[in-house]
Design a protein around this ligand. Structure first.
Ligand code: NAD
Ligand code: TYD
Length: 351
């Protein structure tokens, strides 16, 4: 069926993978990518989309009510896949207000536009909100986040995402707006901005710079290959039930230190260095304020009800990721030659 679909944040890390998947897999859909191109948005993530007939880029801010209303009126979207957000915990600690604006206010602007534009007929419409496992807070050594786990966000980032999730559910309950939400664990893969642990470490290892590990490196994250997340989003968009939440995870928990050891091993091999060389770059630095100890996801609802599971083993995914960064030096160079140096200096100089 012909559909007009709005993807927000499509120039970012995960959004660019979702745009690519939908544009290539569904030629019958017109995909509109709305992105403000903040520091994290990069049209170089989508150079292979520029000549596709079913792809349109719309530069704009999700907090701009008039602009958002105007594109809903013009393109009559059938569905929204909402990824645009401020996404980095460390930045949310230094500048929470941007997270409140984009993640909470921006989400409500989109919800209002969808509600008003679709109000005469909600059938075959869907507002799909992409969220994070961080809304559930921090786990001890055991247990997993389920869809029924109480929200307990601990950082300004996760609190802003939790607020947006609540608002999306409130629009479903109050106005009957058709919605689904998914909460995913940490993603890794190509095109991730090198402020996040894995691409930052790849870049530092390559350039023989210290790898900053917060605290003792014993915090635990569950890691999912980004293309598996994009596939889960495809499945949930098409098969998810109205009003439901689905957790997405990689069944792949690592302490940060073990993860970096693995990454160093792969990098030594790819760069032709002696084994154990890159490990020497590991530097323990002051911990993140309020650092969540452990995230772990129970994704069995998504597997049982909609048939999704991760396709890649971590060893394969991390090799692919390292290969991509080493083969795309210009992409990295263009980022680190901009404001990145200033960001890096201010984030790491006093740690
Ligand atoms: P990202 O920071 O790489 O990309 C965010 C994109 O949103 C950028 O292209 C940016 O330009 C755009 N954007 C930011 N503010 C905007 C605004 N006001 N108007 C329009 N566009 C704006 O983020 P990501 O890692 O790709 O995450 C995408 C989504 O997935 C986010 O909602 C995030 O909370 C969620 N998520 C991320 C992870 C992860 O590991 N990265 C895990 C689970 C969920
Ligand atoms: P990050 O990639 O920022 O994702 P999130 O905070 O959303 O989980 O960080 C992943 C883990 O790595 C987290 O426990 C914080 C830690 N970390 C470091 O130890 N050093 C770093 O330089 C960064 C960016 C993160």
């Amino acid at each position: 069926m012909k559909k007009n679909i709005l993807i927000t944040g499509g120039a970012g890390f995960i959004g660019s993978h979702v745009v690519r998947l939908f544009v290539n897999k569904y030629p019958q859909y017109n995909i509109f990518n709305l992105d403000a191109l903040t520091y994290a948005g990069n049209l170089e993530n989508l150079t292979d989309m520029s000549d596709k007939e079913n792809y349109t880029f719309l530069k704009g801010d999700i907090t701009n009510i008039d602009f958002v209303n105007s594109i809903f009126a013009k393109f009559n979207f059938d569905g929204v896949i909402h990824l645009a957000a401020e996404s980095h915990v460390d930045r949310s600690i230094t500048n929470p207000m941007e997270f409140i604006n984009t993640n909470i206010v921006g989400t409500v602007v989109l919800l209002n536009a969808a509600k008003e534009n679709w109000k005469n007929d909600f059938s075959n419409k869907l507002f799909y909100h992409i969220s994070t496992d961080e809304v559930y807070g921090s786990l001890g050594e055991t247990g997993f986040f389920k869809e029924t786990t109480n929200y307990d966000p601990q950082s300004p980032y996760s609190a802003s995402k939790a607020s947006s999730d609540h608002l999306v559910r409130a629009y479903n309950n109050t106005y009957k707006l058709p919605i689904v939400i998914s909460n995913c664990s940490n993603n890794y893969g190509s095109h991730q901005f090198p402020e996040k642990l894995i691409p930052l470490s790849i870049n530092n290892i390559k350039n023989n710079k210290p790898i900053p590990i917060y605290g003792k490196g014993d915090n635990i994250r569950d890691w999912l290959f980004v293309e598996d997340h994009a596939n889960a989003i495809d499945v949930i968009f098409h098969k998810g039930k109205n009003g439901e939440t689905y957790n997405i995870g990689g069944i792949n928990e690592w302490t940060n230190l073990d993860l970096i050891h693995k990454l160093c091993e792969v990098m030594d091999k790819k760069l032709g260095r002696e084994p154990e060389t890159s490990k020497k770059l590991i530097t323990f630095v002051t911990d993140r304020a309020g650092h969540d100890k452990r995230y772990a996801i129970d994704a069995s609802k998504l597997t049982k009800e909609l048939g999704w599971k991760p396709s890649l083993q971590f060893e394969e995914g991390i090799e692919k990721t390292v290969d991509w960064y080493l083969n795309n030096e210009d992409w990295v160079k263009n980022i680190v030659s901009g404001d990145y140096a200033k960001y890096y200096e201010s984030m790491y100089k006093n740690r």
